[in-house]
Design a protein around this ligand. Structure first.
Ligand code: GLN
Ligand code: ZN
Length: 781
């Protein structure tokens, strides 16, 4: 008999009910009770979906974030919100979202153009005397989920508040499900946090462990038999002190009267498997897809009394599992391990959408290949039955699964021989510019005749209500092609005229026709599908709906040329064509599981390369290829970074480098830690890179200075996330700081990122000051 269980369920709701309830509560349009009731309702619904499992996760629901929940459970609140008198949930939202002095929400500096935040830096909060700064937020391992970073100092004390878990356990018990509370483990919790005073986080372990012990005893007293303790940092490279912390922690907790299932996921334990196997716990869960190589060695390493839980259903993608293939390798293990074998999804299902059955418009063929959270749980039940009763008990289910997989494997929509052949013919030469940067720069200078400190913007201009209306009317079929085109041409013309009036040097068309920088391209490429309800939580109430990359990628026709050529036809100034790069498109999509990411990326690169060449042919002299998400794709283990960066940079080069020397290639990256990828950025060899830097006071340029980055750079001179208008003097002084690091003749002047979330009344004065600052800098030279 094989035990089946789940590690976590998406909390946002199949129709994003939690998102809408949160936002309405924050706006003051609904009551706190209404929000809390919805939470109760969602938990009950989600447990009902999981009631046939042997163990159901409890405590995975969060109103904002599971790490923030853990901080509250451990009594670790930032000093600035301690002593708050009001409702605990409101205090929780104050940490998550901040609060201005006037009591309204502090604007969150998420990346504007994507519903995906860059790391938010709490050292540069957007507020304000009397207010409360929101806590920092950062990426949860290699997912697109973002958690609230716990804050520590040498003086941090912990104090147990088990009320949330105790209450939810009671709810689950009342509902009759077999509850397994889920918490984040002490070592991962410390490692995810930030010491605000640079003290050693590990020094807090001794203070933290008694609280965990008390928590485990409380859960045991509530009748919990098992607790799932998540320690995903075990799949990353750990220093000796952190390895030691694992031993200290779990030896301290081993007297608890509850069985601990230590859960790891997202990758391979690799060298940490000895450590993980020998901790004094009752069971170990591993990601048996990303960490398949761990399985065999663990069979030998794991003491004979321990449960081994295998994550055999991918919790990170939306594809059906090959059930027979899983059974082929798990059946012998079930034989060998007997009751000690558990199976589950690889990780919490937080990272997949809820219910495929909600999809009404999704291409039927593609839909038949997919599984969202509920369908993955169905797969788990089938596997559980097959392992316990034999495959005969689920014959029909296995046959249906096999048929769907065979259809996908053989579909001509998935496999395009011409695309495969083109990828096979990629040579190093394809990613090579005709001449080196120095030669190109001279040629471009002669053609473009730009002044020093040239001014430009990052691509998008305000997405006004009219633009959005026209786009949705066109999509809904209420606006015909000709009227839509006329509406977009009018918007392009408006932005060109504004830019001419501002006297910017390099213009853009403004991206009015784009809903989203990835979806816009995905919709026009063969090999992509779009869902209606494929939402995944990104942070708090924010969700993303990644497009589904299901087949070999090709470009049936040009995607942007008509808009950008039209924009160029309106002006004598150089127009900068705007594209999203292959790595960013890949990293913000659901990707295939039947080929390596690098192959999909190369296919995207060839498709966008054709677009670059068509833009060049249409007379567009400058082409920007955005790679906002390049850094996001870095693997969890540093030892694998080079491999990723190699194909990522190669893909960019294939996309960009087919042009003549006189065509200027730009790229753009949002806020990033550039230090450890600077060599790869240089390797991309874009003629100009624009980056988000203003909030770092130009310190991010240190990486470029130290590396002696050879090409041109446009360090962002003002934060587009804020409505503040920068003054001429602020911009000049930022550029002076930039010029201390990068020779002035290689500097551009531009905002941090695209302006689509701003209004024209903010954009115009800001850019006026930016142009005035550039003039002053030229005069100073
Ligand atoms: N060209 C895009 C824009 O201006 C870039 C967005 C981004 O970097 N996230 O909107
Ligand atoms: Zn950006």
């Amino acid at each position: 008999m094989t035990t089946i269980h789940n590690l976590g369920f998406p909390r946002i709701g199949a129709k994003r009910e939690l998102k809408f309830a949160l936002e309405s509560y924050w706006k003051g349009e609904s009551s706190r009770d209404a929000l809390k009731n919805l939470g109760t309702e969602l938990r009950a619904r989600h447990w009902a979906h999981q009631q046939d499992l042997d163990w159901v996760p409890v405590g995975d629901f969060a109103f904002y974030d599971q790490v923030l929940d853990m901080s509250f459970t451990l009594g670790n609140l930032p000093g600035r919100v301690q002593g708050f008198e009001g409702d605990a949930l409101d205090n929780y939202f104050r940490v998550a979202r901040g609060r201005s002095a006037a009591g309204s929400k502090v604007s969150r500096s998420a990346a504007a153009s994507k519903d995906s935040p860059s790391t938010r830096n709490a050292d540069h909060p957007h507020c304000c005397g009397g207010g409360v700064a929101a806590a920092e937020m950062t990426k949860w391992f290699d997912t697109n989920y973002h958690y609230i970073v716990p804050e520590f100092t040498a003086a941090t004390e912990f104090k147990l508040d088990a009320s949330r878990l105790v209450a939810q356990l009671a709810e689950a018990r009342a509902q009759g499900v077999k509850a397994k509370p889920v918490i984040i483990g002490p070592v991962t919790y410390l490692s995810l946090g930030k010491a605000k005073d640079n003290s050693s986080k590990l020094d807090l372990l001794q203070r933290l462990l008694p609280i965990y012990a008390e928590l485990l005893d409380t859960l045991a007293a509530q009748g919990a038999e098992w607790v799932q303790i998540d320690e995903p940092i075990l799949v990353t490279e750990l220093g000796a002190d952190w390895q030691h912390a694992f031993n200290t922690a779990y030896h301290h907790l081993k007297t608890a009267r509850i069985k601990i299932l230590l859960a790891t996921y997202f990758g391979e334990l690799a060298e940490n498997k000895y450590l993980a196997a020998n901790l004094p716990v009752a069971g170990l869960h591993i990601d048996a897809i990303n960490g398949q190589a761990d399985v065999q060695p663990l069979l030998g390493l794991l003491p004979a009394h321990k449960v081994l839980s295998l994550g055999v259903i991918n919790g990170r993608n939306i594809w059906k599992t090959d059930l027979s293939a899983v059974l082929d390798w798990v059946e012998p293990l079930a034989e060998r391990l007997g009751k000690r074998l558990w199976i589950a999804p690889t990780c919490s299902l937080l990272h997949v959408p809820v219910d495929l059955n909600s999809e009404e418009k999704l291409d039927a063929e593609v839909k038949s290949w997919l599984a969202y959270a509920l369908q993955k749980l169905d797969e788990l039940l089938v596997l559980g039955k097959a392992l316990t009763l034999g495959r005969g008990a689920v014959k029909a289910e296995l046959a249906e699964n096999a048929a769907a997989l065979a259809a996908r494997r053989n579909s001509t929509r998935v496999h395009n021989p011409a695309v495969r052949a083109a990828v096979a013919q990629i040579t190093a030469q394809l990613g090579q510019r005709q001449s080196s940067y120095g030669v190109r720069a001279a040629r471009q200078a002669a053609l473009l005749k730009l002044p020093s400190f040239p001014t430009t913007t990052i691509g998008s201009f305000p997405q006004t209500a009219q633009i959005r209306q026209a786009r949705s009317a066109f999509k809904a079929g209420h606006l015909d092609v000709a009227s839509y085109r006329a509406a977009m041409h009018a918007e392009i013309e408006r932005s060109v005229r504004e830019q001419e009036a501002l006297d910017l040097d390099v213009l853009v068309h403004g991206e009015a026709e784009r809903n989203d920088m990835v979806e816009y391209f995905g919709e026009q490429l063969d090999g992509y599908a779009f869902s209606q309800f494929g939402w995944v939580q990104s942070y708090g109430s924010r969700c993303v709906k990644p497009p589904i990359l299901f087949g070999d990628i090709s470009r049936p026709r040009p995607m942007t040329v008509e808009w950008i050529a039209y924009a160029q036809s309106l002006t004598k100034k150089p127009m900068k064509g705007m594209l999203t790069g292959p790595v960013t498109i890949l990293n913000w999509s659901f990707v295939r599981d039947d080929q390596p990411r690098s192959v999909s990326c190369h296919q995207l690169a060839l498709a966008i390369r054709d677009e670059v060449l068509d833009l060049e042919k249409a007379g567009v002299p400058i082409i920007q290829i955005d790679e906002a998400a390049l850094r996001e794709g870095l693997p969890l283990r540093q030892s694998q970074w080079q491999q990723y960066l190699h194909w990522a940079v190669e893909s960019f080069r294939i996309t960009a480098n087919g042009v003549a020397d006189g065509t200027q290639i730009h790229t753009h990256m949002c806020y990033s830690e550039f230090n450890d990828i600077i060599a790869s950025i240089a390797d991309m060899d874009a003629d100009v890179i624009t980056i988000e830097t203003s909030r770092s006071d130009m310190e991010l340029l240190d990486a470029f200075e130290n590396f002696q980055y050879p090409n041109e750079i446009g360090p962002g001179v003002y934060d587009i996330h804020s409505p503040n208008i920068p003054t001429v003097q602020q911009i000049v002084s930022l550029m002076e700081k930039a010029a201390e690091r990068i020779p002035a003749e290689r500097l551009w002047v531009n905002p941090d990122c695209g302006l689509k979330t701003r209004q024209w009344v903010e954009v115009i004065p800001a850019l006026q000051n930016m142009v005035a600052a550039a003039r002053q800098l030229r005069a100073q030279m």
